[in-house]
Design a protein around this ligand. Structure first.
Ligand SMILES: Cc1cc2nc3c(=O)[nH]c(=O)nc-3n(C[C@H](O)[C@H](O)[C@H](O)COP(=O)(O)OP(=O)(O)OC[C@H]3O[C@@H](n4cnc5c(N)ncnc54)[C@H](O)[C@@H]3O)c2cc1C
Length: 342
């Protein structure tokens, strides 16, 4: 599905030599719509680059961040509010967005062919990889097929869809406990399933939820069953090998996040941890391909850092295109301008 907004008149009045004769679909394809990708799109479109964002969702990790206290300009802000504000800005600039997953990129003499899971293909002068981290899957039969049909990776996003139901939370740690509490608040009966021996201290969940809560430690999920919707999960006890089926209306997988960059191996250089290696200008090992945010090898995975990297990658993409076309590059050192004015 495409979302596209009309470009505001005031932006049309800017010089647009980059729109000139070209049979390449876009100047920039941004992969990912977390804070890095959205910021990259703002900067790219303000340089009049024809910009397309392809993303599986809007917001990425910020969707599950209830309170951020270290983003400049806000004493405290929820991840969803921050991302909504940035998304509004992106929409006001008329950036095109496609909800899809990028599954491959090919380089044909400096023009990139970006391929999506739903079978779309786009050519672009540059690509900005900003696809962050992805929720870790259980990797069991039925999981992928029932994604969005009972299998969820975001309790904050999907809990309201489950009320007075039986749901399982798979995982251990603050993220899983928060999912348990949240789902309890919607009057669900909640199972907590995890492979460890420890048991959740009941004080960690609201008192009214405790009667509607059951825990299976030392247990793993073997399979997710259902057709149009999830029906049950198959569990295995690590303690005694017992296998049984548990009827549920939903499963919330809370196993943290992982870097999914294997599909880019050989295309751009990756670190041992699978992060995309970039230099200080957001350039990857392949000319014309830039990267930003948590997916890169830049340390300190933080929202403000991802946003900054998004800006750098977009301006570098602009300069790369300008260099190819013989146009003027951006000089982003304000001191020079002030000196000239004095
Ligand atoms: C629980 C939690 C709390 C946090 N708290 C804070 C905090 O208080 N302060 C702070 O500064 N930071 C915090 N962070 C870190 C911060 O959220 C991240 O650093 C930041 O959101 C990373 O942004 P990103 O755009 O690089 O990636 P992500 O947010 O991971 O976004 C990735 C985007 O790429 C998309 N995508 C993935 N794969 C593909 C694909 N193949 N094709 C198309 N699209 C794809 C996703 O759908 C998503 O839109 C927290 C993170 C978590 C998980």
């Amino acid at each position: 599905m495409f979302i596209s907004t009309d470009i505001d008149d005031k932006f049309n009045s800017l010089p647009s030599f980059l729109f000139s004769v070209s049979n390449v679909d876009y100047d920039v394809v941004v992969v990912g719509a977390g804070i890095a990708g959205l910021t990259a799109a703002i900067y790219a479109s303000r340089q009049k680059l024809r910009t397309l964002i392809i993303a599986k969702d809007i917001g990425g990790q910020l969707n599950i961040t209830p309170a951020i206290e270290n983003y400049p300009g806000f004493k405290v802000v929820s991840g969803s509010e921050l991302i909504q504000r940035i998304y509004d800005q992106v929409q006001a600039l008329g950036v095109e967005i496609l909800f899809d997953e990028v599954v491959g990129i090919e380089d044909s003499e400096g023009i990139f062919l970006v391929k999506t899971k739903d079978g779309y293909e786009f050519t672009s002068e540059t690509v900005i990889l900003a696809f962050g981290k992805t929720p870790r899957e259980m990797n069991v039969p039925g999981e992928r097929e029932l994604k969005g049909r009972g299998v969820s990776y975001c309790a904050i996003c999907d809990a309201p869809l489950f009320q007075n139901k039986r749901v399982a939370v798979v995982g251990w740690g603050p993220q899983a406990f928060e999912a348990v509490s949240l789902l309890c608040r919607y009057n669900n009966y909640v199972y907590l399933i995890h492979r460890g021996r420890s048991k959740l201290e009941l004080e960690k969940i609201p008192e009214k939820c405790r009667e509607r809560f059951e825990e299976y430690p030392e247990t793993i999920v073997r399979e997710v069953r259902g057709d149009a919707k999830i029906r049950s999960i198959v569990l295995e006890s690590l303690e005694n090998g017992k296998i049984w089926e548990l009827e549920v209306d939903g499963v919330f997988v809370e196993l943290g996040y992982e870097m999914k960059t294997e599909w880019l191996r050989g295309f751009v250089e990756l670190s041992r941890e699978g992060e995309i290696i970039v230099d200080m200008l957001g350039r990857t090992s392949r000319e014309g391909v830039f990267a930003a945010g948590d997916v890169t090898n830049i340390p300190y995975k933080q929202a403000v850092i991802s946003a900054g990297q998004g800006a750098i990658a977009a301006l570098s993409a602009y300069n790369y295109i300008q260099e190819k076309k013989g146009g003027a590059k951006i000089k982003s050192d304000w001191r020079e301008i002030f000196r000239k004015d004095v």
